[in-house]
Design a protein around this ligand. Structure first.
Ligand code: ADP
Ligand code: ASP
Ligand code: MG
Length: 409
């Protein structure tokens, strides 16, 4: 008998018919001889609706109280899915994050899971119940409600699969697998049968929201076989797994974009030891995650420092940086929310040269200016104006030979 964890995202539980469809799928998985744990997200649009309510009260909400509000979306879904299973003749019990228990740190709105005490789940599975768990939410050591960041239900599912030593974790969503790039942006995107944890980690960290990055980290660390599948078809989907030799033949295996970052630039930063530590230390103490960082060469003892943060952190980051800039006698601070990160990813890049140069040529030939660049062994990222995102993704997809063959007419 196998234990499987299935996760259904917002679109998959978007209305009552879809919830009934999820119930049918869970019952079928159990009837096939499996123990089934199902993790569900809030109904599509619900988390955004809740965040909008918060923003109508204040643009600097208490993060603790914001989590109290946004965690409610998942509570509705688990109750409805459990009832739908029961009304189709199955047995089901729902659990919220704090009931499971999913214990996290206290970083509200982007909490990290510290441990899972799955005793209640194991008990319910023994009673042949399908266990329905709220994604996205947890509880810190003090008993406060926390949430795991946007897309966090993926992480709930994989962390549960790891804790329960499940045989597989299946992420059901509105596309039938992981593609070479977002199929909703690039119609020529190709579905991948397999992708390595490492590449998936990079695609996720660079904006491919099909899997939340932390879910991939968990899967890689605990070697959870992770599937991405459609909740609307029976397509086998994509397996995220250990790298095998054949994967290295492809130089670039995927392209990601991210419009959720904003750029800050501090001009005239004194070029003395400890200055960067002061700026980024101040941001860190506000729990602001910094992504790309570029410092220009020193001119007359001063440099310009540019970096990106999550868009939602921009007001807080700006305030912090303006304060530090004054302290260190730097020049002005400029911000730009109209930026996008476009990245190419592939394990095969390790043994091929000229990949970054080709990316720059492709962007240049489309007239797209590059603002910041960052590279690693298996990825190249460029920050560009957000209005060129789709154009850049499609041009790179074609240039790196990723387009699927056109359908025969
Ligand atoms: P869910 O609500 O099920 O969690 P998400 O909207 O979070 O679904 O993630 C699925 C979406 O991810 C797809 O609809 C697609 O637009 C987007 N996406 C981005 N990059 C990729 C990719 N490389 N492969 C597949 N989907 C991708
Ligand atoms: N409901 C949360 C969100 O919209 C978590 C998730 O869907 O994974 O981000
Ligand atoms: Mg998601």
């Amino acid at each position: 008998m196998a234990l499987i964890v299935q996760k259904y995202g917002g679109t998959s539980v978007g209305d009552i018919d879809r919830i009934k469809n999820v119930a049918r799928r869970c019952i079928a998985a159990q009837a096939a001889g499996n123990d089934v744990v199902v993790v569900v997200s809030a109904m599509s649009g619900e988390t955004n609706r809740l965040l909008k309510l918060v923003s109508q009260i204040t643009d600097r909400p208490s993060e603790r109280e914001q989590d109290v509000v946004v965690a409610t979306g998942e509570q509705v879904s688990i109750g409805l899915v459990a009832m739908a299973i029961q009304s189709q003749g199955g047995q089901a019990t729902s659990f919220m994050g704090h009931q499971v228990q999913i214990v996290t740190d206290s970083t509200f709105s982007k909490a990290r899971i510290k441990r899972i005490d799955a005793e209640k789940i194991v008990e319910a599975l023994k009673q042949k119940h399908i266990v329905v768990v709220a994604g996205f939410q947890g509880q810190d050591e003090q008993g406060n409600v926390t949430t795991l960041g946007r897309g966090g239900s993926d992480t709930t599912a994989v962390a549960l699969a790891a804790a329960l030593k499940a045989d597989a974790c299946e992420i059901y969503t509105d596309v039938d697998g992981v593609y070479t790039t977002d199929p909703n942006v690039c119609p020529a995107a190709r579905k991948l049968d397999r992708i390595s944890y490492e590449e998936m980690l990079d695609l996720a960290s660079l904006g491919a929201k099909v899997l939340q990055i932390r879910s991939v980290e968990f899967a890689m660390k605990y070697k959870v076989p992770l599937w991405v599948k459609s909740s609307f078809t029976d397509d086998p989907g994509t397996l995220v797994c250990e790298e095998d030799k054949s994967m290295e033949n492809v130089v670039v295996s995927g392209i990601a974009y991210d419009k959720n970052e904003a750029k800050l630039a501090i001009n005239g930063v004194p070029d003395t030891p400890g200055v960067a530590a002061k700026i980024f230390g101040a941001l860190d103490s506000q729990n602001i995650v910094v992504d790309l960082i570029v410092q220009t060469a020193s001119r007359e003892g001063r440099t310009d420092l540019s970096f990106t943060v999550g868009k939602t952190d921009l007001p807080k980051a700006r305030e912090t940086v303006e304060r530090v800039a004054k302290e260190i006698h730097a020049g002005g601070v400029e911000t730009d929310g109209e930026v996008a990160k476009v990245s190419i990813v592939g394990v095969g890049m390790r043994n091929h040269s000229g990949v970054a140069a080709k990316m720059f040529q492709v962007l240049a030939s489309e007239g797209i200016n590059i603002q910041l660049i960052s590279t690693s062994e298996i990825k190249v990222t460029c920050l560009i104006h957000s209005k060129y995102t789709e154009l850049a993704v499609r041009a790179l997809h074609t240039a790196f030979g990723l387009d699927k063959a056109p359908a025969a007419s």
